[in-house]
Design a protein around this ligand. Structure first.
Ligand SMILES: *Cc1c(COP(=O)(O)O)cnc(C)c1O
Length: 475
């Protein structure tokens, strides 16, 4: 398996090379040269596999420069009930990603039972183990530079804390995360973790990371790596639960299965797109946005117009407050027939005109055939959905998952089963839950005193040179 850059300008690379990197040298994103294909015989054989073994089967198809037995043993060490059980030992949680039926034709895929209570743990815990393994073999060290709207940062830090050869520099938008998210990250006292609160929004943080990575000399000298959602290892780890969800839903008798995904950086739903390209019969991919609905606009109009930081709203589903989805380029690369020059032309248009339009281009039919549909969910929708779900069955969902459920119900067609991906537990977003239901969400055991633990972080300006100095002094 070789990897290419979406901008077409990079030599072919292997999984263990791109694992440790962010952007490709030409500014593009890495993708496999072609997607491995999975047929119905494999799907049938995978039905009985525990999650860890399913993960090993899928990962092995993308990681042929690692020993298969090694991939399997890393998966078995990571995908255990003790990492993903939230202290709960019942058999549902031992499934890692259990499917919970809300009603016939609508189910939640529970992905938030890892240490930071969001779906990002599923990929990040695996990445931590893979990084440590590859660095040890090379006798190398790595400085992880990342940007987070909340959940990526904590998932990365919990996956990398205390790991040999790794330091973490994590940028987050100052004052924009929930108290729980802040406490979760900033309370880590491990010496290899550095929290930087940036006076700006998430897109500013992401731009700073891109700027540092754009300085090739600095990047090489300080061995800068990434774990934010452009990291290929994360995408491929997320592919696994689309298979898991589809296998569980069809085992329960579902026919046409679609997946609805609360989206921000387009990382989670991109994994669904890849699962579909591999041959998993996903009927439709339903994309849910909050008020920051650039992607909903794109899938409805075929016009892509990302917005500036100043036009990005702070909402009650903050992990989706993104107006320039970094993984979107990977999907567009597939849409334009994997033609790096065509992709570059669209991105040039984007930088000169602020938008591009697929209407009247040969790519419109590929978009129409992609199986994507989308809708927007607002604060009022979120509250109504959380309240309705609570009144219906006593289940409290987090605000991001509520965006997904609102869109899943709105777009679901007769005869279609929709799996909505649960992206976080409500305990992370208590304020909105109280606003919707009048009661605070339960916290899993071990999180009761989180906000009262001492916090460690520094506030910085949106100043790339100052950020480089900070890293240079500590790397
Ligand atoms: C990261 C995140 C999202 C968005 O996922 P993307 O991969 O960025 O599209 C949605 N909800 C929650 C809770 C998240 O943490």
């Amino acid at each position: 398996m070789r990897y290419v850059s979406t901008r077409g300008g990079t030599a072919l690379r292997r999984f263990t090379d791109i694992l440790l990197e962010g952007l490709a040298e030409d500014g593009g994103l890495f993708l496999p040269e072609s997607y491995p294909q999975v047929g119905s015989a494999e799907l049938a054989a995978w039905r009985q596999l525990p999650y860890a073994d399913l993960a090993a089967e899928i990962l092995a198809r993308f990681t042929d420069d690692l020993l298969r037995a090694e991939v399997a043993s890393i998966c078995r060490a990571i995908y255990t009930a003790s990492v993903y059980g939230n202290g709960r030992a019942d058999s549902d949680f031992a499934q890692i990603a259990p499917l919970r039926w809300l009603e016939p034709g609508l189910a939640l895929l529970e992905l938030s039972n890892g240490p930071t209570l969001a779906f990002k743990d599923t990929a990040m815990q695996l990445l931590g183990a893979l990084f440590e393994r590859v660095l040890a073999e090379r006798g190398a060290t790595l400085n992880i530079l990342g940007a987070t709207a909340g959940d990526t940062g904590s998932a990365a830090e919990y996956a990398l804390r205390g790991r040999a050869g790794l330091r973490v520099f994590m940028l987050s938008p100052h004052g924009r995360m929930s108290a729980f998210q802040r406490a979760q990250m900033f309370s880590l006292q491990d010496a290899n973790i550095h929290n930087l609160a940036v006076r700006g929004v998430f897109d500013d943080c992401q731009d700073m990371v891109k700027a540092v990575n754009g300085d090739a000399a600095f990047k090489a000298r300080y061995r800068i790596g990434a774990v934010n959602s452009i990291n290929w290892g994360r995408i491929v780890a997320q592919v696994v639960y689309y298979f898991k969800g589809w296998l569980a839903a069809t085992a329960a008798g579902a026919g046409r299965v679609s997946v609805c995904v609360p989206s921000g950086n387009f990382g989670n739903i991109l994994a669904g797109w890849i699962a579909k390209q591999m041959g998993l019969p996903i009927h439709r991919l339903l994309l849910a946005t909050n008020e920051n609905n650039v992607l909903d606009e794109f899938f409805r109009s075929a016009r892509y117009r990302p917005r500036a930081a100043a036009e990005t709203y702070a909402t009650s589903s903050p992990s989706m407050d993104i107006s320039k989805a970094s993984n979107f380029e990977r999907f567009v690369y597939d849409l334009v027939g994997r033609d790096g020059a065509a992709l570059r032309a669209l991105w040039d248009e984007l930088s000169t005109q602020g938008s591009f339009d697929l209407n009247g281009t040969p790519y419109l039919s590929a978009l129409r055939a992609s199986g994507f549909a989308s809708a927007t969910s607002t604060h009022a929708d979120r509250l109504r959905t959380i309240r309705a779900e609570y009144e219906r069955g006593g289940l409290i969902v987090d605000p991001h998952t509520a965006d997904g459920l609102k869109v899943a119900r709105e777009l679901r067609q007769p005869g279609e089963t929709v799996i909505c991906l649960e992206t976080a537990l409500p305990a992370k977003f208590a304020e909105t839950i109280v606003e919707a239901t009048g009661r605070a969400p339960e916290r899993p055991a071990g999180y009761a005193d989180l906000e009262s633990r001492p916090q460690r972080f520094e506030v910085i300006d949106t100043d790339v040179e100052a950020l480089k100095d900070y890293i240079a002094a500590r790397a």
